[in-house]
Write a new protein. Structure first.
Length: 203
């Protein structure tokens, strides 16, 4: 998993509440077992028409948001099914941070496990940030995870909170397997002891 330290780039506004995981990455992409290329399917039904042509009015189809690194969204972002392809598609597109008033729990945890930072900010502040992001001249933002801050285009700093263990995971690029492997010595010692005491388990 990639580490997360700082992130700078255009922030794309998506002023919609209850955006579910099927809207983030539709079911036709779920057969993929690789993350590579899933960015094309991100928000598929919002980005493309029935002929699979881009809808020019959708934010991610316009400059400078084609290169968005940050997404500003409405409340309850990521509700619906638990599909892990949702954070995969965000990360593959290039979006590694989503700012919203609230997120669905399973989606929140899936994002942390895949190197995507989710920032919870009160709704009024998110609306302010969306208004800034809606203007290409003021849509650039910078995220500093260590400082827990969002720096806006005019230099204004907006602080945010994050649970310490999630921060540690993101800063060190630790997924569930890598966290388990940190206990490799203890696991090996347990297995050796158990094998000596209960050899029949290993026959």
């Amino acid at each position: 998993m990639k580490t997360f330290s700082t992130l700078s780039g255009p922030a794309a506004p998506l002023p919609m509440i209850n955006v579910d995981t099927d809207q983030i990455i539709p079911k036709q992409y779920l057969s993929a077992i690789s993350r590579a290329g899933l960015g094309k399917g991100l928000f598929h039904d919002f980005r493309y028409d029935m002929a699979d042509q881009e809808k020019p009015e959708f934010v991610l189809n316009r400059e400078p948001y084609r290169s968005a690194k940050i997404l500003l969204a409405g409340d309850n972002f990521g509700c619906g099914s638990s599909r892990e392809h949702a954070p995969w598609s965000l990360e593959d597109f290039g979006i590694r941070c989503v700012i919203a008033p609230g997120f669905a729990d399973i989606f929140f945890n899936n994002c942390v496990k895949n190197g995507v930072l989710l920032i919870v900010v009160e709704e009024a502040k998110v609306n302010e940030l969306m208004a800034l992001a809606d203007n290409p001249q003021s849509c650039e933002m910078s995220i500093d995870l260590e400082a827990q801050s969002i720096t806006l285009a005019d230099g204004t700093i907006v602080p945010f909170e994050i649970e310490s263990f999630r921060k540690h995971r993101l800063q060190n690029g630790l997924d569930d397997i890598e966290i388990t492997l940190q206990k490799d010595a203890a696991i090996s010692a347990f297995e050796a002891k158990q094998k000596a005491e209960l050899p029949w388990l290993y026959r």
